[in-house]
Every structure is written in C-alpha cells, then in structure tokens.
Design a protein. Sequence first.
Length: 141
Amino acid sequence: MSKAFTKEADDAPEPKAPRRGVPVPEPNYMTPAGARAARGELASCRDEARIRELTDHLATAQIIEPPTDLGAVSLGAAVTIEDASGQRTTYRIVGALEADARRGLVYWQSPVAAALYGAHVGDAIKLPRGHEVEVVAIDYA
C-alpha cells in the first residue's frame, strides 16, 4: 500500500474540527458564556476562516443576560425535561455559534427551544416530534 493512504501516527488523536459556516443570524443573540468562549477561542485561533467566523459573530452579538424571572425558560436556561417513561434530558438554550446538539446546546430559534421558551417547572410541553414532556428544572447557572 502506498504511504499516501496510511496515517502518519495511528495513535495520534484526531483534532477536533472547528465549526465552519455558521451564518450570523439576525438578531444575533448570544449568552455571556458563549461570548466568553468565542473571545477565548479567537485569542488563540490560527485558522483564518475560523477567525473570520468568530469575528463576524462577535461583531454583531447581542449578549443576553439571564432574565429577572429565573423561573421561566429563556435564552441561557438549562431546561431539564422528563418524558412519560421517566427519562430525563437537559437542553441549554443558546445562540447560533454556541449550538451543539450532541452536547444538548440548542439554538434559540430551533423547534425544541421554541417549544420550551417561556415554560415553567411543572408545565407540560409538546416537543416538535409530538412527545409530551414535563419541565422538571430550570437553571441559569
């Protein structure tokens, strides 16, 4: 087999690929934690495309602080829901650049976030795929 088709070091971990092509939404809401993370990444980034992406997002970001009513779901909230079988799932509602569905970070304009927005603990919510869940916790920490 040609060396062109083999890895240099099979034991080397794959580098985490930065997200690319996240369009800057209008409005461009971002949580304070998301803005700090983006600024930190920008300070150490060497990839020109990622630098442009981070710079574009930060230039128009509207940092949204937690609401005065911490009992209602809003941007930045970590919302724990429970389905009929007792399975719990937690979603944090975040800005576009922060979103990562595999980590439970959902974009504030996503269908899941829209279903949860404004809910309080004890509310029954119908998720986009038709599953009914109960909001069991809301946290802004």
